[in-house]
Design a protein around this ligand. Sequence first.
Ligand code: C5P
Ligand code: C5P
Length: 505
Amino acid sequence: MIGLPGVRVNSRSHQTNKSGHAENRAGTEYFFTSKCAVRDTMGIDAEVAKAADMIHDQQEVTIISHIDADGISSEAILSQALTREGIVTKSVFVRQLEPLTMHQVPEDRTFKIFTDLGAGQQNLLLEKGLDSENVLIIDHHVSQPCATGYFQVNCIPHGLLKLSAAGLAYLVAHKLDPDNCDLAKIAVIGNVGDMMAREHRGLTGPAREIVDDGVSHGSILVRPHDLNCYGTSTRPLHVCLAYMDDPFITGISNNVHGARRFLKKMDIQGNDGKRDLIWEGLPFPERKKIMSALVEQLMANGEPFDRLFCETYLFPGENEGEPLRNAQEFATVLNACGRWAQPGIGSAICRGDRSVAYRDAKKMLSNHRAVIRELLQYILDKGVIEISHLQYIHVGNRFPDTIVGIGAGMALSKLNSGKPILIMCELPEDPSLIKASMRTTERVVARGVDLQEVASRVSTELGGSGGGHKIAAGAYIPRGSEARFVIRANELLGEQHSPESPGHR
Ligand code: C5P
Ligand code: C5P
């Protein structure tokens, strides 16, 4: 790439600088069985009710959804709920609704439900000739103004920013029939997959009520104040601890031997003589002991420890030691399927297939993880180019466009998380286009940054298209316009920062 602005900087280990407190109630699990909760009235209730009415009238429905964990979960919820109503459904997954993929939307007379996409691409639906009577959009993306008023269930205008499309799909499914509360589990996977639980409080608002439905149904077990670490249901304990880098714990993070020594010092065995132990399987007193020691260590270094904790959602109906046991890991399985062009396999797993589909998904999962590790390493080795309001890297054709967004999110915790990150890559199926993925943090969003606005405005200026959320956005832009994208995105990000912004770190 030539002509891109800025100077490449070395990557560095990120250490959180948020202050925090934690009342150590780690492991106080709750899990009870009763009838599903009666939902409180919410701002979007009227939309949900109208959507259920629209669906009731249909005989054949095509569900058009996104290939990520939230899109697959949304589709799995809707296809099951509709089938239970006796409605014939067919599903189509797209990488994104854009001119290149619109041909995948069938030109038939079936009622079309767009989920986890559609709100930001209504003009494409109009161009395709879809009439509003025949379309329902269930989405959590910012809407695009459009002459045709396609009916939407969309949480964004109601100020509900912590609900994913699977959460909305679940509300509609629950409205169709409260017995659909078994699908709450899938909605939680979608919500977690779309990072709606990224704060240590876990899922909140309507997404929390959905968790409660799953708990009442008996399919979800909640662990509040659990260890904020990916892989607590599958990774050997010491590996799990070593992978935890936010907060960065000196001597343990990125240090498998150090993590082993830490456990040994506390007299906690890493295996039971036959196999490695996993965090999820440890008895509560041992989990508490480890948490307390980690808190002490962070405090001794004068570092905050709030990010040590998170809320974990476990599925007691799944086998212990399997990724499907844990909402976060289940979501990665779905992402692996979707991002490697097999979203239907992910959907089959959501519907309960634990044989062929799951075996195939596990292969994709290990490939997915390996490629993400490779991407992360590439970003860290090569270094991002840091300019005034942005850090970016162009990975050319080295990595698939479907995973650069995931890589961007993961790299951010290892880089300067005070500046949004942009990753650009080539699109193998269309050499005239470049994919751009942007990610930032809640803290930066709180300063006024809105990546959705940046992605959509700048890509439109350059003749492309884009959208997403304040915290995560993407775009397709013409090849050759990368330098202009970087310059304009940087300018807009500068304008978005509030004047009293304390800086970028
Ligand atoms: O909204 P959509 O499902 O299309 O988002 C795709 C990706 O964007 C998610 O997999 C997640 O990595 C990221 N995302 C995020 N925070 C959000 C919403 C999405 O990081 N609030
Ligand atoms: O592809 P990626 O994971 O980076 O997408 C981040 C967010 O941006 C998602 O919510 C996705 O739906 C949105 N996006 C979009 N238009 C694009 C690419 C991504 O709205 N052309």
